[in-house]
Design a protein around this ligand. Structure first.
Ligand code: HEC
Ligand code: HEC
Length: 158
């Protein structure tokens, strides 16, 4: 039996690795579930679940009656369905953690994407302070104000 040269195995693994990295990190899968789109897109863009860990989504979904000062309550079956979807696609759902897990301590449960260490670092480095007070932006959570393709999960705009 001819032995498989180790370098081929390494090359195949490298392709597998980079392929997956591009998918998991450079683009965030747009939400495809219609219930999530309808219920979580009524007041703001439908945030991609890859941007928070499972436990954050669970906490958000358990507290919808007091959701950032608004009542976003839903019936029990929608809560169940949406929670499942968010968990299955969360930052820590893959075989390898997504970028939004970077620097996140084990005992912190951020309720905002804009409070995660990864988000804060990316924006502190690149966004001048005055950009946040632009009347077109209004809130840090208003991703589409700066990322035109945010809804399709593309934040890599230059
Ligand atoms: C009734 C309106 C409303 C609905 C419906 C709603 N939200 Fe929100 N949500 C808000 C408001 C208001 C904020 C705060 C926005 C801000 O700070 O600019 C917010 C903020 C958030 C944030 C934090 C954004 C950040 O990083 O700062 C997340 C995550 C979030 N919502 C998830 C959800 C999910 C998941 C659903 C569906 C179950 C949902 N929202 C449905 C009103 C709503
Ligand atoms: C005031 C404008 C502004 C707002 C609002 C904003 N961003 Fe950004 N964001 C930027 C800039 C500028 C960069 C750095 C340049 C780049 O890579 O596009 C950046 C970088 C990023 C990156 C890294 C992109 C990469 O190259 O990997 C992600 C992910 C991201 N933002 C997500 C978000 C999300 C999610 C929201 C909303 C919760 C948001 N941003 C809100 C301006 C903004």
């Amino acid at each position: 039996m001819p032995k498989t040269p180790i370098k081929y195995l390494v090359a195949i693994f490298a392709i597998f690795l980079t392929g997956t990295t591009v998918q998991a990190d450079e683009r965030y899968d747009p939400v495809r579930n219609q219930v999530v789109i309808d219920e979580c897109g009524a007041c703001h863009m439908v945030f991609q679940p890859q941007m928070l860990p499972k436990k954050s989504w669970v906490k958000i979904m358990n507290d919808l009656s007091d959701h950032f000062g608004e009542d976003a309550s839903l019936d029990a079956s929608s809560v169940k369905l949406i929670t499942k979807y968010l968990q299955e696609n969360s930052a820590d759902s893959g075989w390898r953690d997504g970028k939004f897990m970077r620097g996140l301590s084990k005992n912190s449960t951020p309720l905002r994407i804009t409070k995660t260490p990864y988000w804060v670092r990316e924006h502190n480095e690149e966004v001048p302070q005055r950009a946040w007070s632009d009347p077109k932006v209004k809130s840090r959570a208003n991703c589409p104000a700066c990322h035109r393709r945010a809804n399709s999960g593309d934040y890599d705009d230059d």
